[in-house]
Ligand binder design. Structure first.
Ligand SMILES: C[S@@+](CC[C@H](N)C(=O)[O-])C[C@H]1O[C@@H](n2cnc3c(N)ncnc32)[C@H](O)[C@@H]1O
Length: 465
């Protein structure tokens, strides 16, 4: 313990809003205390035989309840605070003793010895309040000091404090350790000056600038994780995976790839599967912004390539709109990965001079609106992403638009992983060979004469024919 002088009282500010307070006395002194208690929004009950004009008016206006009876100790029951301000010293003493007995904090005006709390001299710049106490021992000195402070502290400090109270939430978007510095910069700088001159918009702009300056610079890495085999990650993807603070990943990112993300990074699953969007896209976008604005390095890890059926464009559009820094790392898209691991080249000098990637994801009404006449062409390979559930419809439309029923088509399930499965067949026969409903893994449909090359070129995995 230090050898500093002990305090006779502990200074606190008490919330009295709607709290019951008993005030004894109806004269000038009681009126002064009553005004203060009403400023604090207390529910004042007043015991007095006679009321002066001001008190009577407040009673008449229902601002205070008058107990027009003799004081009785039971009137103190349930009170949060009690104040004795009558001109009868004996009555005040009995009131104080009864309050102390009930452990109700009590103040007896001008009698510190009988009081369990004292009222300070106040400099009011609401919501800023300065309370000056002398432990009841030197109230004149406390009042002198108050007069000096009254003269020195501009009246507009109330507005300054109210402004700071109103905009606390803005500063609270920063990490705790940064908030104080922002307020100090604001109070000591152009922000407070602007407000004291009455320029609230200018003050707000200064505050926002101080917040922006203090905010650590977060960044988003939009990274393509490839189709499944971790060896297909790019060097840059791996480097960013190992330096992120938080990762948002979806269903297509394999466990083996998640193993390579920095161990202590926070993992947020935003997984998507057909017709079951676990987290809606705009919430994912908002979360990316929130995390980056909190100063974190955010890894947005996506299966395949972020810009191929990956909604990566929408995500960076939101980041741009919020001024969040980002970089995009391409990944091996499912078509490339599946083609390579299934031994089905996407193009070939003799069989396919072009290659088209299409989504086979049906609309809500089950329909697929595609340019079938352009897809049902010879000399090209067509790769359908998300086409397993519409496989029957796709094969049927391609035949209807001119491709022969024995045109080669293959489904690759879980491409590039140890579980890869390839079903190579024809447009006419493939739908009957696959029970689409029972396949829960990602699958790709490849259509074109290149599929025939698999018979010769398959190299990967035990399942190769
Ligand atoms: C929403 S898309 C995402 C595509 C991803 N951005 C890409 O570039 O590969 C999901 C579809 O990709 C295909 N897909 C992804 N990974 C696959 C894999 N390992 N094997 C087969 N198909 C895959 C499936 O058709 C799946 O329905």
């Amino acid at each position: 313990m230090s050898d500093e002088a002990p305090w006779p009282y502990f200074p606190v500010f008490l919330r009295l809003q709607a709290e019951p307070v008993l005030l004894l006395g109806g004269g000038e002194v009681a009126a002064r205390k009553l005004r203060l208690l009403l400023r604090a929004q207390a529910q004042v009950r007043l015991v007095a035989r006679a009321l002066n004009e001001e008190v009577a008016a407040l009673v008449a206006a229902d601002r205070v309840r008058h107990l027009a009876a003799e004081f009785e100790p039971a009137q103190l029951d349930g009170c949060t605070l009690a104040v004795a301000a009558s001109d009868d010293a004996g009555l005040n003493a009995r009131f104080a003793a009864a309050a102390r007995e009930r452990r109700v904090p009590v103040n007896v005006v001008d009698d510190a010895a009988a009081s369990s709390f004292v009222m300070p001299a106040i400099v009011d710049r609401s919501p800023l309040l300065l309370a000056i106490g002398s432990g009841g021992g030197a109230p004149v000195l406390a009042r002198r000091l108050r007069e000096r402070l009254e003269a020195q502290i501009p009246a507009a400090y109330g507005r300054l404090a109210a402004f700071m109270q109103t905009h606390r939430a803005r500063v609270k978007t920063l990490e705790q350790s940064l908030r104080r510095g922002v307020w100090e910069r604001f109070v000591d700088g152009a922000g407070a000056e602007a407000l004291l001159r009455g320029n609230e918009a200018g003050a707000l702009a200064e505050l926002d600038a101080a917040i922006a300056q203090a905010r650590p610079k977060g960044e988003v890495y939009l990274v393509g994780a490839g189709p499944g085999d971790p060896d297909l990650l790019t060097f840059r993807a791996l480097r960013l995976m190992q330096q992120c603070d938080v990762v948002l990943y979806d269903r297509l990112v394999s466990d083996a790839i998640m193993e390579l993300v920095r161990r202590d990074a926070t993992r947020i699953f935003v997984g998507k599967s057909r017709n079951l969007h676990t987290v809606p896209q705009d919430e994912i976008n908002a979360e990316l912004v929130r995390q980056a604005q909190a100063g974190r390095r955010v890894l947005r890890l996506k299966g395949g390539d972020p810009f191929i059926f990956g909604r990566g464009g929408e995500e960076i559009e939101t980041l741009m709109a919020h001024g969040v820094a980002f970089q995009v790392v391409p990944g091996v898209t499912a078509a490339s990965g599946c083609a390579a691991y299934a031994g089905i080249p996407l193009t070939h000098r003799d069989y396919a001079q072009s290659c088209v990637f299409v989504t086979g994801h049906a609309r809500k009404d089950g329909q697929l609106e595609l340019h079938w006449d352009q897809l049902a062409r010879r000399g090209q390979t067509v790769v359908f992403y998300m086409g397993l559930q519409t496989l029957g419809l796709i094969c049927q439309q391609l035949i209807a638009h001119g491709l022969p029923g024995d045109w080669p088509a293959a489904v690759v399930i879980d491409g590039t992983t140890a579980q890869q499965q390839v079903i190579a067949s024809t447009l006419a026969e493939l739908p009957a060979q696959i029970d689409a409903g029972s396949i829960k893994r990602p699958a790709l449909l490849m259509v074109g004469e290149v599929v025939r090359l698999r018979a010769k070129l398959a190299w990967f995995g035990a399942r190769a024919p």
